[in-house]
Design a binder for this molecule. Structure first.
Ligand code: A2P
Length: 264
């Protein structure tokens, strides 16, 4: 989809697609060039999109790569009748994608008070900001233990997260520290797997903590980040509040933070 870069709005830049990977019929990831002036904090999101009828069509996407990486990774759902992802899913290496200039978000380490254990609760493409944070050295400077949970309907949907975790030992910055500090806990809800159940059920029944061999959520030691569908955010947030944790923000750091997984 070629377009005249000179006519782009000042709020976006045109970035080149470096690679695309289709994980399933429903999800894919892409890597873009990163403008030298583009700065963000690991876990933040940005507007991403394509030109449509002469205008930018943009959606919010979490950066799935850490702040120190030369390129920008994104992880996206494919919605067959979605205005953006119905087209974005056909993008190829060398194509151009529009990238906003103002990253923002609450799934950042700055929005959390100091703690010992960091839970990263995700469903579906909500794992994207955590793909950034588990490769961020500051995550391991601030926490002794990092627990990444990912729940999807089917086993194939877990591939992106499983691949991310498997490659962490080769990561240039966190390769030594991450494998000893990160625990990956993946579950499915609609296909038979070693571990099954919604994260909310696993928290409520205590099975998550039993499986991990840790105490239930405790605001003295535990911090939580949540990213998934709106319903998952609400339900998981309620469980954090029941455990006495308070929501944080950039302006006022707290015990947990939430963010919507941005989809069409
Ligand atoms: P389930 O299969 O029981 O609906 P989706 O693809 O719909 O976004 O769902 C991704 C994963 O999130 C699924 O495993 C789904 O479980 C789970 N999920 C959906 N709603 C909630 C919720 N309110 N709380 C926790 N997990 C949820």
């Amino acid at each position: 989809m070629p377009f005249d870069e000179a006519s782009l709005p000042k709020t976006v830049t045109a970035e080149t697609v470096l690679s695309v990977r289709h994980w399933t019929d429903d999800v894919f990831s892409l890597r873009l060039t990163r403008p030298s002036a583009f700065r963000f904090r690991s876990g933040e999101f940005i507007m991403l999109g394509l030109m449509s009828d002469g205008k930018p069509l943009l959606r919010a996407y979490s950066m799935a790569s850490p702040a120190w990486d030369d390129g920008l990774d994104f992880y996206s759902i494919k919605v067959q009748d979605g205005p953006l992802t119905s087209r974005l899913q056909h993008i190829k290496e060398g194509d151009k994608v529009l990238l906003g200039k103002k990253p923002t978000g609450t799934i950042v380490l700055d929005a959390l008070k100091p703690g010992k254990r960091l839970y990263l609760f995700s469903t579906g493409t909500g794992i994207a900001p955590f793909a950034s944070l588990v490769r961020e050295p500051e995550t391991y400077e601030k926490f002794d233990q990092v627990i990444l949970t990912h729940t999807c309907r089917n086993i194939a949907d877990l591939a992106y997260g499983a691949d991310l975790v498997a490659n962490l030992c080769d990561d240039p910055l966190v390769g030594e520290e991450a494998p000893g500090k990160l625990t990956y806990y993946a579950t499915t809800t609609r296909e038979q797997f070693d571990r099954m159940g919604r994260i909310t059920t696993l928290i409520e029944t205590g099975k998550l903590f039993d499986d991990l061999g840790v105490a239930p959520l405790d605001r003295e030691t535990d911090r939580v980040m949540i990213c998934g569908s709106m319903a998952m955010l609400q339900d998981t947030k309620a469980l954090c509040e029941n455990a006495g944790l308070e929501e944080g923000s950039n302006a006022s750091p707290g015990d947990f933070v939430v963010e919507k997984a941005f989809v069409d």
